[in-house]
Design a protein around this ligand. Structure first.
Ligand code: B1M
Length: 216
């Protein structure tokens, strides 16, 4: 079995040791960390989501999968940072605020975006998860970032991103930040509809968009 398929399979089966073995093997073979994360591990998480929907897995399994993912990230992060640096244009250091919106505690995707942005050299202020519009507004006022990033993984919470944008408009802050959104249920069309400036399919794309639009 190909090593990426092995990592995916081991993660779906919630075998943490096997995931770590696979990750080490893939790195030894020179496979980029970005590929390991975006192909093997992220696809495994989607598969795990499907098993949850089908009633094969429960919340406990989702929590375990997240733990295994985070443990593997400890090995992958230094490599990921090196790779991210290569996308960086390095011309301008930006200040970026990021958070998962209110009602949502999924943080793996958001943290990946943060790590890659930091690697490129930007300052990232992570507001964490379950972040209210008030908290986003307060942070934009306080830190005066050039970019605001929002993540949502639930169809019920993605709509809250529009509330944040409305709150920023009310406070006269909307035009002061470039707003980028992402997360599994979001789309480019959704981003346009709610008045965000950009949408990214994954962490790699998020960094590329920010670099292309703001850092060159
Ligand atoms: Co939840 N969960 N979960 N979950 N969970 C999903 C999202 C779900 C799709 C599973 C399913 O049913 N198929 C489903 C949502 C259904 C829907 O809304 N349509 C779901 C559900 C229902 C729930 C609960 C409601 C379950 C319950 O309690 N009954 C509950 C909600 C809790 C809450 O938030 N209030 C819940 C809870 C949890 C756990 C806490 C147990 C755990 C999260 C742990 C954690 O994050 N620390 C969890 C997990 C692990 C998942 C799945 C299996 C995996 C998510 C993940 O980490 N993926 C997920 C299944 C799925 O996504 N298909 C699922 C890996 C990660 C790398 O990908 O986060 O998509 P992702 O990030 C990507 C891109 O989306 C993008 O870049 C990343 C990759 O590079 N991206 C951005 C993300 N943010 C971005 C921001 C950007 C740009 C790009 O710019 C700022």
């Amino acid at each position: 079995m190909d090593v990426l398929e092995k990592i995916k399979q081991c993660l779906v089966e919630l075998d943490g040791d096997c995931v770590i073995d696979g990750v080490n093997e893939a790195l030894r073979k020179g496979i980029p960390a970005t590929k390991i994360i975006l192909d093997a591990m992220s696809n495994a998480m989607k598969e795990i989501g499907k098993l949850y929907e089908e009633g094969e897995y429960f919340i406990a399994e989702l929590i375990e999968a997240a733990e295994i993912f985070k443990n593997a990230m400890k090995i992958l992060e230094p490599k990921l940072r090196e790779e991210a640096k290569k996308i960086g244009k390095g011309k301008k250091r930006l200040r970026i605020i990021i958070g998962t919106v209110k009602g949502d505690v999924h943080d793996i995707g958001k943290t990946l975006v943060k790590v890659m942005l930091q690697a490129v050299g930007h300052e990232v202020i992570d507001l964490g998860v379950d972040v209210s519009a008030e908290k986003f507004v307060e942070a934009v006022r306080k830190y005066k970032p050039q970019v605001l990033g929002m993540s949502a993984l639930l169809t019920t919470t993605m709509t809250y991103m529009e509330e944040v944008i409305k709150a920023l408009k009310r406070e006269g802050l909307r035009d002061k930040v470039f707003i980028i959104i992402g997360g599994a249920p979001t789309t480019k069309e959704f981003a346009e509809k709610i008045g965000a400036d950009a949408w990214a399919r994954n962490a790699f794309e998020a960094v590329k968009i920010i670099e292309d639009k703001l850092s060159s």
